[in-house]
Design a protein around this ligand. Structure first.
Ligand SMILES: Nc1ncnc2c1ncn2[C@@H]1O[C@H](COP(=O)(O)OP(=O)(O)OP(=O)(O)O)[C@@H](O)[C@H]1O
Length: 306
């Protein structure tokens, strides 16, 4: 797959960008389990950073630290110039309102129209009861329609959300996140439920929005080719550790595959070694012979039974 070019890189590309996300020495323990182990990376405005890694490598946990949904066991998380560990209550809520989040399962309200779903993205700032569309005010409804135009779904504004395809629903979820006017967009496996064509469309949209609006996007993926096609930078995670942090333009597919491949080969090799060593012991050979003899005797006894 070639590197799609829908918008030029922002003028800041290649030079030091405004670092909106800074993570250093981040470790997270869940009981005995080290989900993150000394993680460090940075992301800047207009940049799409993909966290790439197999299931359980720590991608979601890392994303959740970026809007204060998880508290580090140790290390620092700085977002939009604020040290998250120093924020609580209203200051944490204020920061979160500048950070949008989209998920694998879209999380739309199926019975509401597309437009109503988008409008719910402004709930954090709208006060009082909202009775359908008109509870939001004209300006907000216009903004929601503008965001629907950005994601290419203006014509579906008054359709129920559950009549849309998965790719369209994810685009609605992106429009909903834009209602917050976020400076950072976090995306947790946003295309994991989509077919390849819709995945490309959604990733293309996410990258365009990052560039045109100067948003920092941190997005978890497990598909190497998608990451190589759309990310500006790939941060590879394995067992909670950063094993790769490189601009995509400087990266080969083999390097990206190494995030998975090396661990698999290493694991399989060591598992094979362990089995081979065990098979080689006289005790093991005796046990197999005994089990085979028992199985044969059981079969014979079964055949004799009336
Ligand atoms: N709330 C939690 N309590 C206990 N363990 C957790 C919790 N959240 C994550 N973990 C563990 O932390 C590790 C990393 O999980 P995480 O969900 O961050 O990985 P991931 O790369 O996002 O995987 P996936 O792609 O499957 O979502 C796993 O071992 C997981 O079981």
């Amino acid at each position: 797959m070639g590197h799609p070019q829908s918008l030029p890189l922002p003028a800041t590309a290649g030079i030091e960008r405004d670092r909106t996300v800074k993570v250093a020495f981040l470790t997270k323990l869940f009981g005995e389990n080290k989900a993150l182990d000394g993680v460090g990376f940075e992301a800047g405005r207009g940049e799409l950073v993909v966290l790439l890694g197999r299931s359980g490598s720590g991608k979601s946990t890392l994303l959740r630290h970026l809007n204060g949904l998880e508290v580090p066991t140790s290390g620092q998380v700085q977002v939009l110039g604020e040290d998250l560990s120093s924020l609580t209550g209203s200051s944490l809520r204020r920061l979160r309102s500048r950070v949008g989040f989209i998920f694998q399962q879209f999380e739309l309200v199926p019975s509401l129209t597309v437009l109503e779903n988008v409008l719910t993205g402004s709930l954090a700032v709208v006060r009082g009861p909202r009775l359908g569309l008109f509870g939001y005010g004209k300006a907000r409804r216009l903004t929601a329609l503008e965001h629907l135009e950005t994601v290419g779904l203006l014509q579906l504004a008054y359709q129920r959300a559950d009549t849309l395809s998965g790719g369209q629903q994810q685009r609605v979820a992106i429009a909903r996140a834009l209602m917050q006017e976020p400076e950072i967009l976090l995306a947790d496996e946003p295309v994991a439920s989509l077919d390849p064509e819709s995945s490309d469309q959604v990733m293309n949209l996410i990258r365009d929005i990052a560039r045109s609006k100067g948003l920092t996007v941190v997005c978890s993926l497990h598909q190497v080719d998608l990451a190589l096609s759309w990310a500006d930078r790939i941060v590879g995670l394995r067992h909670g550790k950063v094993v790769l942090n490189t601009l995509t333009e400087n990266m080969t597919r083999e390097e990206a595959m190494g995030i998975y491949g090396q661990v698999e080969v290493a694991t399989i090799t060591s598992e094979f070694q362990a089995i081979a060593e065990e098979l080689d012991t006289p005790g093991h050979r005796e046990r197999i012979a005994r089990d085979l003899a028992t199985a044969a005797a059981t079969t014979r006894a079964g055949r004799k039974a009336p």
